[in-house]
Design a protein around this ligand. Structure first.
Ligand SMILES: C[S@@+](CC[C@H](N)C(=O)[O-])C[C@H]1O[C@@H](n2cnc3c(N)ncnc32)[C@H](O)[C@@H]1O
Length: 318
């Protein structure tokens, strides 16, 4: 634990005092939810899969109106993508599926600086979808990635669909984000988040050993780097409900066995040690929420986090 602590401390200090360098390093490191190796065909598979998974989980949770056709998710929507990362591929595909506009909100400026690389990715994605690759600019027009809430609000848009993948676990101030989302969304908005509850790479011999750090120590080591906030499923539900977003679907994208949890549970820092093995076993979730004006808001049932069902099959685990 000592070596990891020293490494985190040094990295956090560097990122704190040189944010421009931090952004550059993250771009170089290709920080995305898809891992550093996913280029070429793998990147096409990834982005297609991300968009299709949003459609599948939306259809599964019943938030799409009409005949239940999956493509109904994006059609006619004003979309906000949280944390798009280094490309606008999801935005372009969503526009191709009928979204009116897609803006992004990202705390960091990670967009790839190589326009030819991005264009090749976008054109290949359109070709695969059987669309005209020359539509890239048209599809990306009318939306952009914002880096502050004030810039986003200046668009004057209210979003009726918010999507995020591998983002919320990086957000340190979830209350502030939800406060902004409350202002930025329509009263019938749908929000779909895929949240990765794993440690993101500094575990040493157990999936949960990042929960060994007492909260103050962990915070001081990671204030300026993108390590996860360690919030468990309940925390996301609580903050969402506090701001009037009602959960209509929660499922586990990945879990470990409760026997595996038991190997470490008694050594975890609080509040993790007091959580049940079932709760600690969940390493990723889908969370679908609606605002009060959505028809599902009235019929939503309470979520039992002690027995979160598995996510529908056929979707990417993270
Ligand atoms: C692991 S990447 C995921 C990128 C992309 N969604 C994907 O699946 O490839 C996490 C993203 O969340 C962004 N992010 C981190 N903290 C954020 C915050 N507080 N608000 C908005 N975006 C944030 C990061 O800059 C990055 O783009």
């Amino acid at each position: 634990m000592g070596a990891v602590t020293g490494y985190l401390l040094g990295r956090n200090l560097a990122f704190r005092h040189a944010p421009a360098l931090a952004n550059g390093l993250m771009r170089l490191g290709n920080v995305t939810g898809r891992g550093a190796d996913a280029e070429g065909e793998a990147a096409l598979d990834y982005f297609e899969g991300v968009v299709e998974d949003y459609e599948r989980i939306a259809a599964h949770s019943g938030v799409c109106e009409g005949d239940g056709h999956e493509a109904a998710l994006f059609g006619g929507r004003t979309v906000l993508e949280l944390g798009p990362g280094n490309t606008r591929a999801v935005a372009m595909l969503a526009r191709g599926r009928g979204a009116l506009s897609v803006d992004g909100y990202d705390a960091f400026d990670l967009q790839t600086r190589d326009p030819s690389r991005l264009r090749a990715l976008y054109e290949n994605l359109l070709k695969r979808a059987g669309e005209d690759p020359s539509r890239v600019d048209e599809l990306l027009a009318g939306g952009r990635v914002h880096h502050s809430a004030s810039s986003l609000k200046a668009t004057g848009r209210r979003y009726d669909l918010v999507i995020s993948r591998a983002v919320l676990e990086h957000v340190r101030d979830l209350e502030a984000l939800h406060r902004e989302l409350r202002e930025l969304t329509t009263d019938d908005a749908v929000l779909i988040h895929k949240i990765d509850l794993r440690s993101h790479g500094f575990e040493w011999d157990h999936e949960l050993d990042f929960l060994l750090f007492p909260e103050r120590l962990y915070r001081s080591l990671t204030t300026h780097i993108g390590e996860p906030n360690r919030v468990r499923a309940q925390g996301y539900l609580d903050v969402a409900q506090q701001y009037g977003f009602t959960p209509v679907h929660v499922s586990a994208t990945r879990r470990i066995s409760t026997e595996r949890v038991a190997k470490l549970r008694d050594s975890l820092a609080e509040p993790y040690r007091s959580l049940s093995p079932e709760v600690l076993s969940v390493l990723g979730i889908w969370l679908v929420l609606v605002r009060e004006g959505h028809p599902l808001a009235r019929s939503a049932k309470a979520t039992d986090l002690e027995s979160i069902p598995a996510a529908p099959s056929g979707m990417a685990p993270f």
